[in-house]
Every structure is written in structure tokens, then in C-alpha cells.
Design a protein around this ligand. Structure first.
Ligand SMILES: *[C@@H]1O[C@H](CO)[C@@H](O)[C@H](O)[C@H]1NC(C)=O
Ligand SMILES: *[C@@H]1O[C@H](CO)[C@@H](O)[C@H](O)[C@H]1NC(C)=O
Length: 393
């Protein structure tokens, strides 16, 4: 049984062309596997297949009705970033050299119009005054508008990051990323390297500093991609912080916060029971399946399909969570996609980096402009390992 979010996503992406043939030609598949790919095949013309599509469609509609969380068909959610608060949303800030830990997560030092009746003794910190500013924005906004402060964190360095640098991106993409690892390293659902653990530890220390010096609020809600490197980054980042009793560190694992899906084994998640064992008591979103139902070999989600997915997960978080401070542990590609959907400027993050974003959601009447969603596309493969990049002197 899939989650309603997966159903929404599957309903949006066009069928994957030629996938069945690709998989069959590339490596032998068990009959069970072929069965699972059939619903995305373009050759879905048989009666049986049409019936199964009808069944999926019925399940989707039923889910949407019973969940009652999706918007009426004549309303949709629009997102925008409120700029002028963070250095990261200022076009003059260079993303490549920026570090969230240099100054207040990037919060710009300034006076807000809401300071006057809040900070009469001029004793509040920048983050306390920002917090109050956002509180006022929410309090004074119309019913269909909400503001959230989202901390989008990229996981620390994983073994797949090291392997991609070692082999070079072209060889990684066409050959090595399709394998679970080499003879000495595993990168399927990659774990953090010691450098990755150090990056997450730095984030943990920084949150502690910000709590002590800026009296920042800890996140009220925590979400993570189901991939191990993100779960572990979130665990290290937020363990041992003094959180408000009403908002303990208890993340929700959301399927659609994962990295671009398909082909690369580092982006194939572990079974739910394996995750539950490694991260006991963490919550799974409703309908989270035991096995990874989305990942497929040899095809990869396109940017437009990923953006459609990011929109679904944002709509879901905003519809079900009234908290303001939201922490999200995810990936570089997924943060890039979330930022596109939110309307933030391009801001790429190296491993372990964090970007705070002040987001405004407005529920508007009408239908959104249609967008083209490209089907997942086959990846180009190399039949043998390409030579190692020659060392640059
Ligand atoms: C496996 O890949 C790692 C980089 O991820 C590299 O350091 C190591 O040398 C490789 N092992 C072999 C046997 O090539
Ligand atoms: C995941 O669980 C399924 C049973 O639900 C099992 O067949 C499969 O082998 C498991 N995969 C892994 C990688 O353990």
C-alpha cells in the first residue's frame, strides 16, 4: 500500500518510455520484478493493464477523498520566498564560498518594523526579533496565507560523494553509480564518511551556539529524506540540543523528500524495517511502504518530475503542519528542486551546508498554469569501467 503522496506523484508523471525493454536487455530480471515495472511501461495496452490503471486511479481518488487534506480542485497553493532577511536570498552573496556558520545562519543584521513594541529595552537578539517578525506576519495574514521558516539541510559527505570525486562524474554516472559499490566501498544507500559525521557535528555545535547566544528557537517539526545519509545527519545535528518540551526531536520520514530517483544505487532506499531498526521511534509518514516502490534501475527522474514531487511534499507539509520552524534533512538535488518550487534564487549547497528560507504560502482560487512534466529518462551506460581520471599536477 503506497502513501497518498506517492499516488499523487504517480498520477502526475507520464509513463516511462521503453523502461521494460531497457531493463530486460540490460540485466536478467525475475518475473516478480517485471511485474512491478509493468505499470510504467508504454506498452500498457492489454486489458489487464488498463484494468490495473483504472484500479490505481480509483485508489488515488479514494485516498484523496478519505485523507481530506488535498485542496479543492479550484484552489491551489502558491509559494514565494520573502527576501531581504537572509544573505542567501541576496543576489550579491556567492553560494560557493558561503558558510551558514559564519554569522547567524545568514540572518542579516537589521531593525524590523515590528521591533518597536517588542524590544522596548533593546535587549533582544536578531533571531528573537526575527522570530517575532514572522509571528506577526502570521498573526496579521489572511486565513489562506501562512509563513514558515524552513531550514533546508544537505546531508554530510557520504561514501557516494567520495566515489563520484574519485572516479569523476562521467564515469560515475555511466558505470559506477549503477553498482552497489566497488570491492572496498559500499555506496548503495550511502552512509556518512568520517568527514560527513564531522560536518553534522559542526551543525550540532552551531545550533548549540545559536541557542545560547541568539536564543534561537529549535525547530518545531523535523522531516527527513528516507535515505540513510540524511537520517544520520539529522540525528547527529539535533541530538542533545535543549528542545522545548512541546517540540521534541522526533522526525517524520517522508518518501518524497529523497534525492532524484532511479539508476544510482545511492538513491535507492533501504527497507522500512531496516530504517526503523536504525532510527527507533522516528515516525514514518502514513502509508510508507516496506520496500522502495519508486526507485527503478536504468532510468532517472527528470528535473520537472522532481519539481512536481517537491510541490506535492511542500503542499503536504503546509497542509498538515501548523508549526513555523521546520527542519528538513535532504539532498543537494532535492534542495535545488525545493528552492525552484519556492521561487528562491539558485543556491547550491556543499555537503553539510544549511539554508534557511522564509516561505510564504498562499492558497489561491483558480487552476495553476499547466507545466510540462517530462517522463523519467534512460541513463546512458558504459559497458565497462571507464579509465580513472588522470591525476592533475
Ligand atoms: C573504491 O572506491 C573508493 C572511492 O570511493 C576508492 O578509494 C577505492 O580505491 C576503490 N577501491 C578499489 C579496489 O578500486
Ligand atoms: C525488503 O523486504 C522484502 C520483503 O518485504 C524482501 O523480499 C527484500 O529482500 C528486502 N530487501 C532487502 C534489501 O533486505
Amino acid at each position: 500500500m503506497s502513501s497518498a503522496n506517492i499516488a499523487r506523484y504517480m498520477a502526475k508523471i507520464p509513463m516511462i518510455p521503453e523502461h521494460e525493454r531497457l531493463v530486460k536487455d540490460h540485466q536478467p530480471q525475475t518475473p516478480v520484478d517485471r511485474q512491478r515495472y509493468r505499470y510504467i511501461s508504454t506498452r500498457c495496452l492489454s486489458v489487464k493493464c488498463v484494468v490495473s490503471f483504472a484500479l490505481i486511479a480509483t485508489v488515488i481518488v479514494a485516498l484523496m477523498i478519505t485523507m481530506g487534506k488535498s485542496l479543492p480542485p479550484d484552489e491551489f497553493a502558491r509559494y514565494e520566498v520573502i527576501t531581504g532577511f537572509f544573505q542567501q536570498d541576496d543576489p550579491s552573496t556567492v553560494p560557493g564560498t558561503f558558510d551558514y556558520a559564519n554569522h547567524n545562519f545568514g540572518l542579516i543584521d537589521q531593525v524590523y518594523d515590528t521591533d518597536a513594541d517588542y524590544d522596548t529595552t533593546e535587549s533582544k537578539t536578531q533571531w528573537q526579533r526575527f522570530d517575532h517578525k514572522v509571528f506577526r506576519l502570521n498573526r496579521e495574514s489572511r486565513r489562506l496565507v501562512q509563513y514558515k521558516i524552513m531550514f533546508l539541510a544537505r546531508h554530510g559527505e557520504g561514501y557516494h560523494n567520495v566515489a563520484e570525486s574519485y572516479y569523476g562524474t562521467p564515469a560515475w554516472n555511466c558505470y559506477w553509480s549503477l553498482l552497489d559499490g566497488n570491492t572496498t566501498t559500499t555506496w548503495a544507500d550511502a552512509h556518512l564518511t568520517s568527514a560527513g559525521i564531522a560536518q553534522a557535528t559542526k551543525a550540532n555545535t552551531y545550533w548549540k551556539t545559536m541557542l545560547a547566544t541568539q536564543k534561537i528557537s529549535t525547530p518545531e517539526s523535523y522531516y527527513s529524506s528516507p535515505l540513510y545519509r540524511c537520517l544520520d545527519t539529522a540525528r547527529i545535528t539535533f541530538t542533545g540540543l535543549e528542545t522545548d518540551d512541546r517540540h521534541p526531536f522526533l522526525p517524520t520520514i517522508k518518501e518524497l523528500l529523497r534525492e532524484g530517483i532511479g539508476a544510482h544505487t545511492c538513491d535507492r532506499r533501504s527497507n522500512k524495517s531496516v530504517i526503523a531498526n536504525a532510527f527507533p521511534r522516528w515516525r514514518f509518514e502514513e502509508g510508507f511502504s516496506e520496500e522502495d516502490e519508486l526507485w527503478k534501475p536504468l532510468v532517472r527522474e527528470t528535473e520537472s518530475a522532481q519539481d512536481a514531487r517537491s510541490k506535492i511534499v511542500l503542499d503536504d507539509i503546509f497542509a498538515t503542519d501548523s508549526n513555523t520552524y521546520i527542519a528538513v534533512s535532504t539532498h543537494s538535488g532535492e534542495i535545488a528542486s525545493l528552492l525552484r518550487v519556492l521561487g528562491h534564487r539558485v543556491f547550491s549547497l556543499s555537503t553539510g551546508q544549511i539554508i534557511p528560507v522564509l516561505v510564504k504560502q498562499t492558497i489561491v482560487n483558480g487552476t495553476p498554469l499547466p507545466t510540462t512534466i517530462e517522463p523519467w529518462t534512460p541513463v546512458s551506460t558504459c559497458s565497462e569501467p571507464p579509465p580513472l581520471p588522470t591525476a592533475v599536477s
